[in-house]
Design a protein. Sequence first.
Length: 409
Amino acid sequence: MKPTPAKSHYTFNLRDFSKIICGICLVTKKEVETPDRLMRLWAHETVRVLGDRLINDEDRMWMLNSIKDTIKQPFGQNFDLLFKHLDLDMNSKIETLDEFRGLVFGDIFTPFGMRDRPYEEIQDKAKLQKASEECLERYNEIADNQMDLVLFAFAIEHLLRIGRVLKQPGGHAMCVGVGGSGRQSLTRLASKISDNEIFQIEIKKQYGTSEFREDLKNLMRTCGTKAEPTVFIFTDNSVKQESFLEDVNSILNTGEVPNIFPPDEKADLQDSVRKPAKEENRCLEGTPAQLYAYFVERCKQNLHIVICFSPIGDTFRNRCRDFPSLINCTTIDWFSEWPKDALESVARRFLGEIQLADEVRDACVDMVQSFHTTTKVSAARFLREQKRQYYVTPTSYLELINSFKRLLA
């Protein structure tokens, strides 16, 4: 799994190992009664940290086989027996990626907005679907901007992955996918489920470095002095200047931007954290340097950065090379193309709004799926023969369905 131009983010280090251990430490003795469940948790966390950044099925299959070997050798367990509940085709073997996708841990069954959320294995997929839809309904009740999401299995998996990162103190995520894949929407929903505030900058014509720094200062005050858990959503559109990325890179790495606060503001911050520092028996001497270090530590604990980037073109690769903390200090979630069940769920949802006979609706669902999948095949051939890239995105699929509905009307 070495980095190549197409896989520039394939760099692994000891931070990734620590993320796996931190993920295992999310559970308590109550949720893991047996060694079998602990081994399944280990496999799940390994795939979340290392496997979710892989960009194709060939690499994911290599990952699955590596996990099989580890379960057999150091752990001395039968892999197929350990994961028998994932067996879809009833052949007593776990051989496909679709089957292994069923390995899920999460805290979504806990009522919306509660801080104490047990992290447990989820085997009942119908119950998971229902809980996710209830969370979306609750979000739409309290949010200013309602989201019209279709929570198919693929979207729920990504929702749980983002939620897992936000559950860890100082956890940051990078969601990489093409437009319309649901990165921002799922991040907003995951943030509200885990009771985090959402922060996003508004890019205007006059927005520059000084305005961005001012926003960062307000964000750090919220996390450091008020100790409010906050998710900062940072997208491709937020990068008006490359210097913005330098500041984000610095926060990911150290928890602060060097010299962002002038001396008078720094003194105010130190005064504002003096009381909580005393209550926690920290900074006993109360020197300015100790108090500011305590403030930065609180920022690290309460601030979660979720970066939503597109892998299209050279920009993503160049940014990863120029700002290494984007990869080293985040858990990467690669939004691959929608699987067949996702395409079907979306088509059924949007075509269900129009008056059609059932057999005609079923045929229309098959038709839009067929258009989308054959276009993807043609785009791959176009790249092979003409050396030109044509992107078939979830947005184009939704546009196809909406165009069909408009023409029909």
